[in-house]
Design a protein around this ligand. Structure first.
Ligand code: DQA
Length: 150
């Protein structure tokens, strides 16, 4: 089974109570349960990390290359600020899907730029918790194409 690293960035542990008008009422454990169900259907194995620490995220991505086939990441606020996470993703050079619950392009100007976007395979934003499920499905598709190409 292919192994996928799932990373939830800062403050996403607060989902459910954090700004429900933007992020909805679904909690992070509920998102993770739904991701696990999708992963089972896609025959993928997930390792899930939520971290509020840039260094921990950088280190986890840094050791991902040999252990994982792909990465699903919501870098949260680090999307807009972290050159370190961007560089770690670039160095890992794994198929990577960036997801956001909200449509970052319809929000404040500072959220409308993703430092990650140029180094990921693709991005999904604006579908609420469904962004994760769609993102994992997209990642499975990328891995299948890679396998066919050899
Ligand atoms: C977010 C969007 C970011 O701008 C914000 O800092 C988050 C969550 C999203 O999923 O919509 O924490 O990544």
């Amino acid at each position: 089974m292919k192994k996928i690293l799932v990373i939830h960035g800062p403050n996403l542990q607060l989902l459910g109570s954090r700004k429900p008008s933007v992020y909805g009422r679904v909690t992070l454990p509920a998102i993770n349960r739904s991701l696990q169900a999708t992963a089972r259907a896609l025959k993928l194995e997930l390792t899930i990390l939520q971290s509020n620490h840039e260094g921990e995220i950088v280190e986890t991505i840094g050791s991902a290359r040999k252990r994982f086939a792909g990465i699903l990441i919501n870098p949260a606020a680090y999307t807009h600020t972290s050159v370190a996470i961007r560089d770690a993703l670039e160095a890992a050079a794994l198929p990577t899907v960036e997801v956001h619950l909200s449509n970052i392009y319809a929000r404040e100007a500072f959220r409308q730029h993703s430092l990650m976007a140029p180094v990921v395979s693709g991005q999904l934003a604006g579908f609420g918790p469904d962004s994760y499920r769609l993102g994992l499905t997209a990642l499975a598709g990328l891995l299948a194409v890679k396998r066919r190409k050899g």
